[in-house]
Ligand binder design. Structure first.
Ligand code: SF4
Ligand code: SF4
Length: 106
């Protein structure tokens, strides 16, 4: 995966040098993504959570429905939600998700 096509990364954070999307299993694409009013994702990809909020639909195993499981790239990259655009590669949330993913696989 090229960094520019990371499923979620919008901009590298200051400490992203050792953390790259091309060595990641798109861990962040298993998180809940709450949609914002200006998001324009296809209706088929929208779900409503228990609180009535619109979110990206996820498959039974937790991965976002918009993720191409063969390439691990976002299929709606150009129109991905704001939450995904603001998720910084190498940022605190990114590192936390990567650590949790590695722990779960031990
Ligand atoms: S919309 Fe794209 S970037 Fe956002 S979680 Fe889904 S696959 Fe990942
Ligand atoms: S968790 Fe971090 S490194 Fe992995 S795909 Fe998401 S932004 Fe990229």
């Amino acid at each position: 995966m090229r960094v520019g096509e990371c499923p979620a990364m919008a901009h590298p954070s200051a400490d992203s040098a050792a953390v790259r999307c091309d060595t990641c299993q798109a861990c962040c694409c298993r998180l809940k993504v709450v949609l914002q009013p200006d998001d324009a994702v296809p209706d088929a990809y929208i779900d409503v959570d228990a609180h009535g909020m619109q979110v990206m639909a996820r498959l039974e195993d937790g991965w976002c429905i918009a993720l191409d499981r063969d390439t691990m790239r976002c299929t709606i990259y150009a129109d991905r939600p704001l939450v995904c655009r603001e998720f910084a590669m190498g940022g605190a949330d990114c590192r936390e998700e990567r650590a949790a993913w590695l722990d779960a696989r031990r």
